[in-house]
Design a protein around this ligand. Structure first.
Ligand SMILES: [Zn+2]
Length: 375
């Protein structure tokens, strides 16, 4: 039997990581707590704590009460000792935000920037990221990386954006978009990134299908905590399931796709094409809005019911729609229970925990996850 032997350095790093993660997960612990919980010797724990303090990752957060003798110090992680930038690329704008090691989100900024598959755009993107970092007075050395979400199908090696109907782009070199960014980058399909953020916020849920309804309609499927992206990295592209033979024109060039019926652009109201105005008018009882909403809900429920029929798992509804649909959610669930073949309720359906920026947060979490596992 072949054995792999961990070197002394490996073991040291493993121990250091155990110590960091214990403090990360429990917060405000004493040195003695760590010794007892991890079964490590006091000198080993002390050494690792010194290293982690030297890396600027820990702080003392007061003292515990003591029944006698010296009061033990409370040791805590410093959440913003490292930060990650998250960027959402959309057709007409980008959203930039940052998260700390605990996943706390710092305010996002929306910048008008029309997507184009060029180095010119890449330069703009890099400049805007730097502007964001400077405007928030962030120390560039604490930035672990820049996570970028993009609404389209990426190649398996993530070097090409193969097809992005909502960006009206095909076969784009990712390098052209990211090479001017002065930090490590990680790019991910927006729905996959949103599903990752969702998983993070729902520790009890390991298998889920995510349906993202924004201007583009995408999806993701995660099984036992692992994202399943299919043989060609375009699995769970729920937006392009055919729901009407020869139906409405879709942004992908085909017709009758679910996206053509449940894109939020269907709900864009008036000259400004605003979705929030649509919902305002709907609440006021506007008859044309009611008609549009009726058809929209019919197709939304059809899509969700199809996904449930295939995967038989929890489904999260996210994207821009999640911001508006709360008041109509119970109605939706009732409709779903009526069209379901195998079940009487739709308790499998959940509204996303994020009403905005889920995909930027999801890609940023990629870096914090890696860091916490390896520091
Ligand atoms: Zn389509």
């Amino acid at each position: 039997m072949k054995r792999t032997t961990a070197t002394t350095t490996d073991l040291k790093l493993i121990n250091r990581n155990k110590v960091y993660r214990y403090i990360y997960e429990n917060d405000n612990v004493s040195k003695q707590d760590i010794v007892l919980a991890l079964g490590l010797s006091l000198p080993t724990v002390s050494q690792n704590l010194t290293e982690l303090f030297d890396l600027g990752l820990l702080c003392y957060a007061g003292k515990f009460e003591s029944s006698g003798g010296r009061k033990p110090k409370k040791i805590s992680i410093i959440p913003d000792a490292r930060m990650v930038i998250g960027v959402e690329i959309k057709m007409g704008h980008i959203n930039i935000l940052s998260i700390d090691l605990k996943g706390n989100t710092y305010p996002s900024e929306r910048l008008e920037l029309t997507f184009e598959p060029s180095e010119h755009y890449g330069r703009f993107l890099a400049d805007e990221i730097e502007n964001y970092i400077q405007s928030k007075a962030m120390n560039p050395e604490t930035i672990l990386g820049v996570g970028i979400s993009i609404p389209g199908v990426l190649s398996e090696d993530k070097k090409h954006l193969i097809n992005a109907p909502t960006l009206k782009a095909r076969h784009v070199s990712i390098d052209a978009l990211t090479k001017y960014i002065a930090h490590e980058t990680f790019i991910e399909n927006d729905a996959n990134a949103s599903a990752f953020a969702e998983l993070h916020s729902r520790k009890e849920m390991e298998t889920l299908a995510f349906l993202s309804a924004s201007e583009g309609v995408g999806g993701a499927f995660t099984y036992n905590g692992v994202s399943y992206t299919g043989r060609n990295n375009r699995g769970a592209e729920f937006g392009h399931m055919t729901v009407v033979n020869g139906g409405k024109q879709c942004a992908c060039g085909k017709s009758g796709c679910l996206e053509a019926y449940i894109s939020t652009s269907v709900l864009a109201y008036g000259k400004d094409r605003r979705v929030d105005t649509f919902f305002k008018k709907l609440k006021e009882g506007d008859s044309s809005c009611k008609e549009i909403w009726e058809e929209y809900l019919t197709f939304l429920c059809m899509g969700i019911n199809n996904i449930r029929t295939i995967f038989d798992c929890d489904i999260i509804l996210g994207g821009t729609l999640a911001r508006y649909i709360g008041d109509y959610f119970e109605d939706m669930k009732q409709r779903l229970s009526k069209i379901a073949v195998f079940e009487e309720n739709a308790d499998y359906l959940h509204l996303s925990n994020y009403t905005s920026n889920a995909s930027a947060i999801g890609t940023a979490l990629h870096f914090t996850d890696q860091f916490i596992k390896t520091v």
